[in-house]
Design a protein around this ligand. Structure first.
Ligand SMILES: NC(=O)C1=CN([C@@H]2O[C@H](COP(=O)(O)OP(=O)(O)OC[C@H]3O[C@@H](n4cnc5c(N)ncnc54)[C@H](OP(=O)(O)O)[C@@H]3O)[C@@H](O)[C@H]2O)C=CC1
Ligand SMILES: N[C@@H](CC=O)C(=O)O
Ligand code: NA
Length: 434
């Protein structure tokens, strides 16, 4: 290879794009020493060329025309940090068609169209790297693909959405109000353009689909992930959780028993003794259990300008090193295992239930009978007066139960005359047996 400089087309100059420019500018010498080549940002694609930018020195390379990047033969690598499906998908496919390598932070796209994009890259001998798409600055995809290549992963648990972890932490530590904290997370640049995907768990589900595909080497689809967000989590749930030894976290779970797999994202009571319980604020963490290695955990900032940009620029370094060695497009391994999904009777977990009942003799016995009928035993029970003593609130933590059995128990509870409301039901993870 006879070039001295790799030319880059940057698509997107928002939170992450700005970070990418800052890191390339600040670390130019280090990047050159590591790759042997200079890195030049030749064009930046934006939506609004008139907007005031925090790095005005780049104004001269801004364009609103994607073909200024895609059709420029001097541009070797496209970095896509626009987000969303369209036009990001079309731009990435067009870049690969023209033999350009791609680095992206786009989990929406990789979770939904990763198969198509990686296949096109392989056909064209191009690289596609997407480390920033999961857990921002934590090098977790690299760890799964390279670090665990010799092992068989059995379980991954992840706090993989910074916005919701920031909200839950502020609710738990400061008693803050949900909607005020969401506004703060948006102002700090953590939230997606439409924060519904953060709070309803879709962003975390996309990340878990990517983690499960790479970790279990099966072609997981987004629709294979059970999803529930944090909009129903209340301060009362958080307070009762604390009292019984748990923190509420939006937890992604990917678990393999034998060859059968389950992947979910839901608010979960995480035992305080587990390291995931103390992952706070915008921080993310991914716990990985491998058959040979045992327990490992990866921790770091999951969102924000510079942390996310480090993952993007490190991917860029890999692409440039591959260019020097002439080995682009050879590092990818397509998922090669058959996908076998668990049914609800195979999904085992402990549960935390909060139920409002009539304050009468024998009520607790009726509730516990429903659980006993399914062979579900109890680990903790707490009964408190509710509604000025007119009703009672029962909080139960069970031992292991299947999701199928628990769904039937919950339906049975709703039908009992003495039950006013099943207020909440959470999975419990991180303690003994979980
Ligand atoms: N923010 C974070 O902490 C993290 C973000 N990500 C992912 O990184 C990606 C970028 O996120 P982020 O930087 O926060 O997003 P922003 O909304 O801050 O920036 C988006 C950029 O893309 C440009 N853009 C949007 N639509 C178009 C279009 N149709 N054509 C051309 N340019 C367009 C915008 O232009 P203009 O400036 O003119 O409006 C803006 O510069 C997303 O995929 C996100 O999920 C991943 C990890 C963390
Ligand atoms: N909105 C996302 C950004 C990073 O992926 C989050 O909050 O984690
Ligand atoms: Na990452």
């Amino acid at each position: 290879m006879d070039k001295q400089t790799v030319k880059l087309g940057l698509m997107g100059f928002g939170t992450v794009g700005t970070g990418v420019v800052r890191i390339i500018q600040a670390h130019q010498e280090d990047l050159q020493k590591q790759t042997g080549l200079g890195i030049e940002i030749k064009r930046i694609l934006v939506q609004d060329a008139e907007k005031t930018r925090s790095i005005p020195s780049m104004n001269s390379v801004l364009t609103t025309n994607a073909s200024d990047l895609l059709d420029d033969p001097e541009i070797d690598v496209i970095v896509e940090v626009i987000g969303g499906i369209s036009p990001a998908r079309e731009y990435i496919l067009a870049a690969l068609e023209r033999g350009k390598h791609v680095v992206t932070a786009n989990k929406d796209l990789m979770a939904l169209h990763g198969g198509e994009i990686l296949q096109k890259a392989q056909e064209k001998g191009c690289d596609v790297y997407y480390e920033a798409s999961v857990a921002g600055g934590i090098p977790i995809l690299r760890a799964l693909v390279e670090g665990f290549s010799s092992d068989r992963i059995t379980k991954m648990m992840g706090i993989v959405n910074g916005t919701t972890n920031y909200i839950l932490t502020k609710m738990s530590q400061d008693g803050a109000d949900y909607s005020d904290v969401l506004k703060e997370a948006q102002a700090l640049g953590y939230a997606e353009a439409d924060p519904t995907s953060d709070v309803e768990g879709y962003d975390a589900a996309r990340k878990m689909a990517i983690l499960a595909t790479l970790g279990f080497r099966v072609p997981m689809k987004l629709e294979d992930v059970d999803v529930k967000g944090i909009s129903g989590v209340t301060k009362e749930d958080i307070a009762y959780g604390k009292k019984l030894g748990y923190e509420v976290k939006l937890l992604g779970l990917a678990r393999r028993d034998g060859e059968a797999i389950e992947v979910s994202v839901q608010p979960t009571m995480v035992a305080k003794s587990h390291p995931l319980a103390s992952v706070n604020g915008v921080f993310n963490a991914v716990y990985v259990h491998g058959e040979a290695v045992g327990e490992t955990m990866f921790y770091g900032p999951g969102a924000g300008e510079l942390p996310t940009a480090t993952a993007v620029v490190s991917d860029l370094v890999t692409v440039v090193k591959n260019m020097k060695l002439g080995v682009n497009g050879r590092g990818m391994v397509a998922p090669y295992k058959e996908k076998i999904l668990k049914d609800d009777k195979q999904k085992l977990s402990k549960y935390f239930l909060r139920i409002v009942v009539a304050d009468k003799r024998g009520v607790l016995a009726q509730i516990t009978q429903l659980l006993a009928d399914k062979n579900i035993s109890l680990e903790q029970v707490l009964q408190q007066p509710y509604n000025n003593g007119e009703q009672a609130e029962i909080i139960i933590v069970t031992h292991l139960a299947s999701k199928g059995d628990m769904d039937e128990v919950l339906q049975g509870m709703e039908e009992l005359e003495i039950v006013s409301e099943v207020k909440s039901c959470y999975r419990v993870e991180g303690g003994e047996q979980a």
